[in-house]
Design a protein around this ligand. Structure first.
Ligand code: IMP
Ligand code: MG
Length: 188
């Protein structure tokens, strides 16, 4: 009998384990903290829901300058492992970002379509600065020229889950980044 419950058995391998994630997140937080020497208001850290949740939670706790949080949600992959290219804002920011220093937190940049749309949308609101911080980057699949300011790890063209990243809403709670078996998404 086959089960529909998402388990670690659906993974081909662990790509980035907990200790590697923790060490890299600390380094990124240190770099970010050093890049804003004299802020007039807290750095506005904008998490892209839902994938950035775990990464953002760990990152902000290691950042040593004043920060405030806000969140956006955009429509992305649904149940498919391939981007449709269509981007829709499901939840907008609560804060007015005019004159603020904004740091967008993403789980992964793949084609770049989601982020380039977001950055353009937010730039039009006249922030003091807008930077992009992504845990993972898949440069091989880029369709739009977008270069993140902070990258945790460049990875190959593999479908990964865990540490916030999902497939069909599952696997986000795994404390590591794992590679999903293609058989899992090909059968959907
Ligand atoms: P992009 O618009 O193609 O850059 O897509 C970015 C979004 O696609 C991310 O925020 C993720 O939600 C999703 N995504 C892309 N690649 C993966 C992956 O390997 N695992 C899980 N989600 C992914
Ligand atoms: Mg996402």
């Amino acid at each position: 009998m086959t089960s529909n419950v998402a388990t670690k058995g659906d993974l081909e391998k662990i790509l980035i384990d907990e200790s590697k994630l923790a060490a890299r997140v600390k380094e990124m937080a240190c770099q970010i903290s050093g890049n804003y020497p004299s802020l007039e208001s807290p750095l506005l850290v904008v998490g892209i829901l839902r994938g950035a949740l775990i990464f953002m939670a760990d990152l902000v706790r290691a950042i040593e300058i004043p920060v405030a949080f806000d969140f956006m949600a955009v429509a992305s992959y649904g149940n498919s492992a391939h981007s449709s290219g269509a981007v829709r804002i499901l939840k907008d920011l609560d804060e007015d970002i005019k004159g603020r220093h904004v740091l967008i937190i993403e789980d992964i940049i793949d084609t770049g379509l989601t982020l380039s749309y977001l950055v353009e949308t937010l730039k039009a609101r006249n922030p003091a600065s807008i930077k992009i911080c992504t845990l993972l980057n898949k440069p091989a699949r880029r369709k739009i020229d977008i270069i993140p300011d902070y990258i945790g790890f460049d990875i190959e063209d593999l479908f990964v889950v865990g540490y916030g990243l999902d497939f069909a809403g599952n696997y986000r709670h795994f404390p590591f980044i794992g590679v999903l078996k293609p058989s899992v998404y090909e059968k959907k």
